[in-house]
Design a protein around this ligand. Structure first.
Ligand code: UTP
Length: 796
């Protein structure tokens, strides 16, 4: 069977060469080959093969040759079932016969003369069928576009011309803009029927002057006026409410009578928006609400325009910051070409653009703000600070949204031109050099002030009350390894999603680019036709972000002071062996977090020196526990293991070399005598990281819970809440976690190496991004509750 030859054995299990996925064991192989993806690809492959076996390759035709001409001519060798022409150039055609014998007949004919043309007829090349996974396709697309542009770029006289060429090549065309405007008008007409006086406003890349071909259409449904309308109709006499009219004579629609806009949550409103899109807007399909995003959104696709659209509600700040980006482009013409070029570089180096929406990479907005911040810091500045822009505006331009001052001039003419005359080539190199040296760890980037605020000063600031004392209380921004304050919503770090690793990759890529920009290959056109300038800059560096593409590490440090008395005593008694005792405890906790908190399915584990019951038993305990407020002694790790439960965990392989060591023994040695690091194979079917903070907040609010006490149970309930709310992942994530203990006494830590085995949904990075702070925190709190006795959970 062909499916059998698609499956290859690997050191880690199996690999399907057709679908390009790793599979941990035989049962996943069996499921996979029966699955839709494998079946579809098998069918496509066999159709292609049949076509190949029934057709010949014909050249020597010209642009006047038609399919009918070829069908007529080749009919003499047998029944022709199809003719496929290379339409653009009229250089070749594929002629397909119903019977394979006809191929022999056509090939054995020495001369093919058709309408004065000498045709050359050859057998088809046998090409191996290859499937390119979707996520890689996007990157490959950019790579393909850049490969295609390479000759043109190399022929240009200088880097400045190359940068301008990139801008022209990628920017949204006039027709694309027109099509988007038409869709906005159509949506406006529909929505105003249901939400009187509402407005549909585009924001983001479609209108911010940085859009590229086929970028999303981001829209805001502004219901502020509708709220006023609704309040008015409700305060006028109730019985006559149905007859109330808006200024332009419309009555309050039935949809409005179903919902109170002043109290409805964005998610409730978006459900209505989704229903309207589904029922009333032609060509719109794939409509769904994503309520877990920072700003809940309705996503849809427009079939005819092949356009992805997002609608958020009342997101006026985004409309305003889009106006800000437009102003910056109008004020400084070097900004757009620089942003397009830096976006290409970032995408090529996998520094920006998160495939599944949320993720640890920079978003385009954050990247654009980084470019503007750099330009504010050039000597002399290329762009003014946001505070300076505020001073340049007049009274009528004053604008405050949700308490944030968003004042800036409406026209670029109000902003004096910059005295900086550096060319694009120099500014691009300057961008890399600026961020190569930037002290991200201890600064907060403020475009408002145009400077990096030391993090210590920033934390000492009370609240930016000077903006507007009426602004509702806002908590500070979520600080992380890279902090870029939104220029208006000062409590929002637009790069708050980055983790240590993605920040390091960004800085390392800037350092590599800075070095390259100092070389002659950047500055001077090659006289020998070699790649130079941007072409080499866009060639992925294979730097930090790529060498370890699949493998990610999470560390859990040894913190004796956070451990309970009894466990500390146990470690002391263990003397030199304290590291293995602690390692076992950590591994036990890690297993519990994956299994009992994050509801991962354990497929297999190997080399752990503890009994087999802990996670299974904790799950059972949690199912029977009286409720989230239960903070009994069984909480966390302090659950004595019962011998009856031992062995409850199912092992899906009986490979004796991988069996679990008896209690208390160290991990087994492999046949070659080298110690095998212990590992687990897990499957995660749910996006348990999606909107976690929000679900936790709601849970705590609803049950009036305090988060302290039983973190394991609360977090498990949060997971269950997400599982209930969110759709399952399209394909489950199979991943391996390997544990090592490393370092000297002071710096002892457990290093967990995470690696995807099968990640068709492309969520591995997002999952690890979430685990990075979550897992160590959970393990620490489980360890803090551990009683030290040998009978305790993980010390199996
Ligand atoms: P994107 O990051 O998607 O940028 O943010 P983009 O320029 O539209 O790029 P693509 O092509 O769609 O990926 C879209 C808009 O969302 C708002 C900004 O108005 C931005 O222009 N936004 C984004 C924020 O207000 N805050 C954020 O943190 C992110």
């Amino acid at each position: 069977m062909e499916s059998e030859s698609d499956i290859k054995t690997t050191p880690r299990g199996f690999h399907c060469v057709l679908c390009k996925v790793n599979l941990p064991n035989q049962s996943s192989v069996d499921q996979h080959v029966k699955g839709r993806k494998h079946q579809t690809l098998s069918n496509v492959r066999s159709t292609r093969k049949t076509q190949e076996q029934h057709s010949v390759f014909v050249s020597g035709i010209n642009s006047d040759t038609s399919q009918a001409d070829l069908a007529d001519y080749f009919q003499q060798f047998g029944n022709v079932s199809d003719v496929i022409m290379d339409k653009d150039k009229g250089v070749f055609a594929i002629v397909q016969f119903s019977q394979t014998e006809s191929i022999e007949a056509a090939l054995s004919c020495v001369k093919h003369k058709m309408k004065g043309l000498n045709l050359r007829v050859k057998p088809r090349e046998k090409k191996e069928f290859k499937y390119i996974p979707k996520q890689k396709c996007d990157l490959q697309n950019l790579q393909q576009v850049l490969d295609h542009l390479k000759p043109q770029l190399c022929q240009l006289p200088c880097v400045n011309a190359q940068i301008q060429y990139i801008e022209k090549r990628f920017q949204l065309g006039d027709n694309e803009k027109k099509a988007r405007n038409l869709l906005v008008e159509l949506l406006q007409e529909v929505f105003v029927e249901f939400f009187p006086d509402s407005q549909i406003l585009p924001f983001g890349s479609s209108v911010n002057t940085f859009g590229i071909h086929s970028c999303d259409l981001d829209l805001v449904l502004d219901l502020e006026n509708t709220k006023v309308f609704q309040a008015h109709t409700r305060t006028t006499s109730e019985p006559q409410a149905a007859e109330c009219m808006s200024d332009d004579g419309r009555s309050e629609d039935s949809i409005l009578s179903d919902i109170d806009l002043s109290t409805a949550s964005p998610a409730e409103i978006l459900d209505l928006v989704a229903a309207i899109l589904r029922r009333c807007v032609p060509s719109v399909h794939k409509v769904h609400v994503v309520s877990s995003a920072r700003l809940p959104v309705v996503k849809f696709h427009h079939r005819e325009l092949n356009l992805q659209g997002d609608i958020t509600v009342n997101n006026r700040l985004a409309v305003r910051n889009t106006r800000f980006l437009q102003l910056c482009s109008g004020v400084e013409e070097r900004l757009r070409p620089l942003v397009y070029t830096i976006r290409c570089w970032a995408k090529q180096n996998q520094l920006a653009g998160n495939p599944s929406g949320a993720g640890p990479l920079l978003n385009n907005y954050a990247l654009t703000l980084l470019v503007i911040f750099f330009l504010q810091n050039c000597e002399p500045p290329v762009l003014p600070t946001v505070d300076r822009l505020k001073d340049m505006s007049c009274e009528e331009e004053e604008c405050v949204i949700e308490g944030w001052n968003c004042t800036f001039p409406s026209q670029p003419i109000a902003v004096p031109p910059s005295g900086n005359t550096q060319d694009l080539c120099t500014l691009l190199a300057g961008f890399f050099s600026f961020y190569a040296k930037f002290d991200f760890a201890s600064s907060v980037i403020s475009l408002r002030e145009g400077r990096a605020i030391p993090i210590t000063d920033f934390l000492c600031r009370k609240d930016n009350k000077e903006e507007n004392p009426t602004r509702p209380y806002q908590s500070g921004p979520r600080l992380g390894p890279l902090n870029v304050l939104d220029p208006f919503e000062l409590s929002h770090n637009v790069a708050g999603n980055l983790n240590e690793r993605s920040q390091k990759c960004f800085q390392k890529a800037c350092q590599d680019a800075e070095k390259y920009c100092r070389s002659l290959q950047y500055l001077r056109k090659s006289t020998k036709g070699k790649s130079w300038g941007l072409v080499r800059l866009f060639t992925p560096s294979g730097g930090v972000s790529q060498t370890k593409e699949d493998e990610l590490n999470i560390s859990i440090p040894f913190k004796p002071s956070a451990l309970p008395e009894a466990l500390r005593g146990q470690l002391q008694t263990a003397g030199e062996e304290f590291r293995s005792v602690w390692f076992e405890k950590v591994c036990g906790s890690v297993e519990r977090v994956f299994q009992s908190v994050l509801r991962c399915d354990l497929v297999f584990s190997s080399g752990f020196a503890f009994p087999e019951n802990s996670a299974a038993e904790v799950s059972a305990e949690m199912e029977t526990s009286p409720g989230p407020l239960n903070t009994s002694a069984n909480d966390g790790m302090d659950s004595p293991t019962s011998s009856a439960a031992a062995g409850a965990k199912r092992r899906l392989s009986d490979d004796s070399d991988m069996s679990i060591s008896p209690q208390g023994k160290k991990p087994r040695m492999s046949k070659r005598g080298k110690r095998e690091p212990p590992y687990w194979l897990w499957v995660q079917k749910h996006p348990v990281w999606a909107g976690r903070r929000k679900v936790r907040r709601e849970l705590i609010k609803d049950a009036d819970l305090r988060p302290e006490g039983s973190c394991l149970e609360i977090e498990a309930q949060v997971t269950d809440g997400i599982i209930e709310k969110e759709e399952e992942l399209k394909e489950p994530l199979d991943f391996k976690v390997q544990a090592h203990v490393v370092g000297e006494t002071e710096s002892t830590k457990v290093e967990l190496k995470l690696e995807p085995c099968s990640d068709q949904a492309g969520v591995f990075q997002d999952f690890v991004h979430f685990l990075e702070p979550f897992l160590p925190k959970m393990v620490e709190s489980l360890l803090a509750k551990a009683a030290g006795g040998a009978e305790n959970g993980p010390s199996r």
